[in-house]
Every structure is written in structure tokens, then in C-alpha cells.
Design a protein. Sequence first.
Length: 320
Amino acid sequence: MNPMTRREFVRRGAGATLIGVAVAAPARLRAADDRPGKMTICLSPGSIGVSANQREAIALAQRHGFGSVEPYGDFLAGLAEAPLQELLADLKAKGLVWGAAGLAVEFRQDDAKFAEGLKGLARIATGLQRAGVGRVGTWLMPAHGSLTYLQDFRQHARRLREVATVLKDHSQRLGLEYVGTPRVWRSQRYPFVHTLAETKDLIGEIGTGNVGVVLDSWHWTMAGDTEADLLTLRGEDIVSVDLNDAPVGVPREEQQDGKRELPCATGVIDVATFLKALQRVGYDGPVRCEPFNKALNDLDNEAACAATVAAMKKAFALIQ
């Protein structure tokens, strides 16, 4: 199963542009230092151009002071009991917890592709459950070339209800990330869900009780959502969070999904208001960096992790 990741979508559709990145030396800080409230700075390797297997990702997260790390569902599902327990012991010894896994089902394409992915979901969900992973996230394509909004809404609700039911049977929550970038939701004939309010409508229609949101500071800003929108949520409604900034001097309507900055790099995105709202509603999960930044992606693993954690710590310092 090879569902399209957000990074792949951005690379194919929007490309990437070189954006300046300030790189700090690798930081060796305790994971607990990175947790205002109960949120954790999460290493999601693919989002920052880092290539690492699960064990390497855990080592990188500990070495650079992250508090959580992305779990790889397919890898965990393939582990026998002894090596799994060894891995979990290493995770605990390094002071880390799991972030959110990616959904291994492609639900945005035709019925055959969806059915193929759904058949393998129980195996992945079982592996995640054995490892103690309770969060799974995915993103919503905010436009369609042939389905009207209502048709697309019904299809999403039906398919994601099936997905969420399997995950619920394995004690997992499913997070849905709306894509608020105007250039993306206007890119096809029929716009679809691209705001928090619409995402909540879709979650209500799915109706399984274990579906929430993946909040992204970029899409929150690009959709024109506000602090008041965030405060309509409860902490348990949020499955995972992404943090980033935007280039200066570009109108919101012209911002491109694949041209982002590290958190606090420009101040275009009001990171402080975003994170303070999450604190107020009691969010206690992973916060990942997702800048889709070519300069960052071009760095080696150590330098990319160092630059990322430095930016994330700067953002978290705004709410301490």
C-alpha cells in the first residue's frame, strides 16, 4: 500500500523553492524540556527531508531533544514480539513517546484503490496497537475534478467511516487534516472541505466517535480560520498538530503549499496564538514541524534535525 503523502502531493503539485534555513549545532536536551503542558515536539522525518528507518528515527529524536517520534506502521506490524519489546524498551529509555502514524489507505482515488488499502489496514492497525500507538493521521484533498461537494462529502464519509471503524477496533483515533491553501482548493472544478468548520461537519457525518482533526498552523492561517475556531475544540478532538511559517510579502491567496518556512522564521503565521489556543483547550499530543522547505531538505539528517528542533523550541518558548 502506497497512499500519497502530503509531502509527495506538494512535491508533485507545487514543487519546492529554496528558502533560507538557519542551522544550529545538534542540541542534546532532555525530552521533558520540550513539553509546555503535555505537548511534545515530534520528529516526523519525512516532513523535514530526513531519511531514517524506525530505529534511526528514535536515535535521532533522542539525540536532538525531540519528545516524540513518528511510528512507522508497516515496520511495526512486521516485528515479532521480542524485537518489538526491545524497540519499545529503547523508546522508553530514551524518554520518548510515539507521535501519530500515517494512514496506510489511499481513499482519495477510485474504489479499487481504496478497497486494496482497506484490506491491509487491520494488519497495520494491529501492529500499531501492539506497539501502543493510539494516533493515526491523514489529509483531505480540498478539490475534485468531477465530484461535486456533496458527492465528494458522501464518498469521504463512507470511506473514512470504514477506515475509522477498523482503527476503533484497535483502540486508535483517526485525525483528518484539512488543506486550506486557496491555490490548492481552487485548483480543480469543485472545491471541497478546506476549513476547520467543514472538517468538523465531515467528522460528525462519519460518526464513529474516534475521529478528530490534524491541525496545521499553515492551513489554519491559509483558510482564514481564527483563534475562536480553535477554541471550539476540546483537547481530545485533536489527534496531531503541524507547525510552520510562511514567506513574507506574499498575499494569502497567492501562497504556495510547497513554499513554507520553519516556525517563527518570518512571523507571517501567528504561532503564539495558535499554540496558546491548543494549551487552552488541553491538547496533550505531538506537534510536528512540516515546512516543505527545500533548503532544509537538502541538509544531512543531523543538521536538519538540529535546525528543526531549534525552530520548534523557539516557537514553544512563546507559550512558556
